[in-house]
Design a protein. Structure first.
Length: 99
C-alpha cells in the first residue's frame, strides 16, 4: 500500500530492510540494507530506526510545514495498514501486490 501511494504521488522510494530487498527491490528506487544485530542485544528494528530518523530529520529541515503534513499522512497510512480491510487485502494478494 505504501509503495502504491508513493508511486501515485510521484515520490521516490527508499526501502530500509534486512530481508525484503530481493522481494521488493524492483518496485523501489533504492534499497538500503538494515542488518539486524547478530548479538541480539539491540532491538531488531534499531538500525532501520536510526537510518530512517537521520533521513527524515535531514529532509524535514528543508520544509518544516511539509514535513509535518507528511508525518500526519504517514501516521494515517500506518493506521490503515492495521485496519481489518487492509489485512484482508494483503491476504488476497501475493507479495508482489497482484490479485
Amino acid at each position: 500500500m505504501l509503495i502504491e501511494h508513493a508511486r501515485s504521488v510521484g515520490a521516490r522510494i527508499v526501502l530500509l530492510t534486512d530481508s525484503l530487498g530481493s522481494l521488493l527491490g524492483e518496485r523501489v528506487d533504492v534499497v538500503l540494507p538494515a542488518v539486524h544485530s547478530p548479538s541480539g542485544f539491540t532491538g531488531e528494528g534499531l538500525s532501520s530506526q536510526v537510518v530512517t530518523d537521520a533521513l527524515v530529520l535531514g529532509v524535514a529541515t528543508r520544509d518544516e510545514k511539509r514535513a509535518t503534513d507528511t508525518s500526519e499522512l504517514l501516521t494515517n497510512l500506518r493506521t490503515r495498514l492495521t485496519d481489518t480491510d487492509s489485512r484482508d487485502y494483503v491476504s488476497r494478494t501475493d507479495r508482489r501486490g497482484r490479485s
